[in-house]
Ligand binder design. Sequence first.
Ligand code: ACM
Length: 240
Amino acid sequence: MIKESEHADLYILPELCNSGYNFSNRKEAMSSSSQADKHNIFIKSLVEISKTKNCGIVCGINERDKDKLFNSAVLISKMGIVGKYRKVHLFRNEKTIFEPGDLGFPVFKFMDAQIGMLVCFDWMFPEAWRILSMKGADLICHPSNLVLPGYAQKSLPAHAMNNGIFIATANRIGIEKELKFTGRSVLVNPKGEFILEGSLDSEQILSAEIQPESSRNKYITPENHIFEDRKINAYKELLN
Ligand code: ACM
């Protein structure tokens, strides 16, 4: 689909898009995992597409690192792997399969944009959006296999607005065993408005042009800066 699409600078694919999601057990997940490096056949094919389309690609992958598995997202360009994130907040039986991410919340430069990545259930945690935003992310790419209907999409406008960022959630459609994936991929702007909303049940490429730098003014009024107005001392109870 990417090869046949009109050019875009950056494509975002769903979570675990080279393996499927609904594993019966860890052994099954292990059998479809691979290292996230330049020898990975799937990554190699995406790097080739990046070269021919002159684009970047963010996608979820089932990453093996020695005897551990991570539910990861990679940012790929024609140069290879530009960045990697490992899902921190694991959903349901993912806890018996994957390790929680151990790379923190990194931000990567791609073209003129600062890019962060979160994976699916990470959406539930305001801290994750906040840390990436405070580290300078303009756009958070969010490969997903969402199953709770509409939950994430209700909260994404608030995460985008509270942090003054763009969010692009690429969500899977269809059924895998007993799980139904809820579709409705979205792109949200720093005002919390939906710029794109996808189908609930059909495969598609949605595209829109954004100005990443428009996320960098964090004043919501002339007197209110959404990061500088935080009162860290008043939040100390959070650390308990
Ligand atoms: C999920 O985190 N894939 C629901």
